[in-house]
Design a protein around this ligand. Structure first.
Ligand code: 5GP
Length: 196
C-alpha cells in the first residue's frame, strides 16, 4: 500500500536487533487518516469472508483493529466488535479465559495473552489484525486462542511484515491467509528496502 510504504521510507528508523521504529505514525503517535486507509484496505481484502469479529493484541494493534472494524461495520451493515488479547505476566489463568504463550519480539521475554471466553465463540468468523509481523509469535498466539474458542479464523491482516523473518512464510505454509500492507525485504542503518 503506497501511502504506508512512502511513510515507512520517509520516517522509519532502523534500530539494532532488526527493529523498525515507526513511532511517528504507528506505535506511539498515531496518524488516524493513515489508519483509516489501512482499515479500508483490510476491508477490501476480506470483505467476502463474512467477518463478524476482529481480534488483536494490546497495545499497538488496537487502533488499527478499531479503524478496520469501523469499515466492516459501516460497509457490511452488521456489528463487528474488536476484542483485544490482554498481556499477562503470570501463567495463573482464570478458567474463563482462553490463553496462549507468546514470545515478545521487541522485549525478548514471554508473556501470556488472554481473551475472556465470553467474547469468542463458534459463531464467530474472526479476522486478526496487528501492526507488525516478524517471527509470527504474536499472530500464532492469537490463532491458538481463536482456535480454542471454536471460532473460524478467516485470516490475518498486518500493517508491516518484515519479510526477512520467518513468521509470514511459516503461517502461510500452515494454511493461514496473511495479508500485509507493506513487506520489508531488508533493512539496515542505510535504509529500508520495501518489496515491490
Ligand atoms: P512477532 O511475534 O511476529 O515476532 O512480532 C510481532 C510483534 O512484535 C508485533 O505485535 C509488534 O508489536 C512487535 N514487533 C516486531 N517487530 C517489530 C519492529 O520491527 N518494530 C516494532 N515497532 N515492533 C515490532
Amino acid at each position: 500500500m503506497k501511502l504506508l510504504e512512502d511513510r515507512i521510507r520517509r520516517e522509519g528508523r532502523v534500530l539494532p536487533g532488526n527493529v523498525l521504529k515507526v513511532d511517528g505514525f504507528l506505535n506511539h503517535q498515531i496518524d488516524t487518516g493513515l489508519f483509516a486507509e489501512m482499515g479500508r484496505e483490510f476491508y477490501r481484502l476480506f470483505q467476502n469472508d463474512s467477518v463478524n469479529k476482529i481480534v488483536t493484541i494490546e497495545a499497538s494493534g488496537i487502533g488499527l483493529a478499531c479503524l478496520t472494524a469501523y469499515f466492516f461495520e459501516t460497509l457490511s451493515g452488521h456489528k463487528v466488535p474488536v476484542v483485544f488479547a490482554k498481556k499477562q505476566r503470570t501463567a495463573n489463568q482464570a478458567a474463563d479465559v482462553y490463553t496462549a504463550s507468546v514470545e515478545s519480539f521487541t522485549h525478548g521475554r514471554s508473556y501470556q495473552a488472554g481473551i475472556a471466553k465470553q467474547y469468542l465463540s463458534p459463531v464467530d468468523r474472526v479476522l486478526i489484525i496487528d501492526d507488525f509481523l516478524a517471527n509470527g509469535c504474536a499472530l500464532g498466539g492469537l490463532r491458538q486462542i481463536v482456535e480454542q474458542s471454536g471460532a473460524v479464523l478467516v485470516g490475518a491482516g498486518v500493517a508491516i511484515e518484515k519479510g526477512f523473518q520467518d513468521g509470514g512464510k511459516l503461517l502461510r505454509e500452515s494454511g493461514l491467509r496473511v495479508e500485509s500492507l507493506a513487506v520489508i525485504d531488508r533493512m539496515d542503518e542505510s535504509g529500508v528496502v520495501i518489496r515491490k
